[in-house]
Write a protein that binds this ligand. Sequence first.
Ligand code: SF4
Length: 198
Amino acid sequence: MADILYTYKNQVYANITNRCNCNCTFCIRSLKGAVGDAETLWHKTEPTLAEIKKAIDDFDFTNYNELVFCGYGEPTCALDNLLASAAYVKKKHSISIRLNTNGLGNLYHNRNIIPELAAVIDNVSISLNAPTAEKYEAVTRPQFKNAYPALLEFASLSQAEFQHTQFSIVDILPEDEIAACQKVADDRGISLKIRKYS
Ligand code: SF4
């Protein structure tokens, strides 16, 4: 069993699935098998809810004020376990919960999952990745058509449900694309986090 909970730069992350509906050109999974104090983030089999709960039980959350569902995969691909494990953490610990997502959960599940997510998760960070649909398709290589507008709609709907909604991009984008992504975010009143690519 790979690490389900791991820490990186004083932050604790939950890695509940390796499934993903994209195949991003920059995905860290193609570069290395672990991050932070994790030995490996590749699960031999998808974690069960019992295994995720045990990892939560075994982790000392003292000194952490936020848990981030992030993983080596897209957390909303394991929606039932994501919702149940986030609710489990909320019940046990008074820490904030953030979801890092590619924002394609509604497209993947063919319904609006945001109210269910927001019932147990405080904040959401959505990977924007590109300022246009064409560039997005080239970089993230999603399983679906119309992924980019679906992502933008997911972000707009999220604003009304989560305490905080942000877009994120990595700093390897050319400057003009970063500026264009900033405009996409500004036009929607959503903050943009520019992450250092590591
Ligand atoms: S959405 Fe995330 S996990 Fe999926 S391929 Fe892209 S970077 Fe990797």
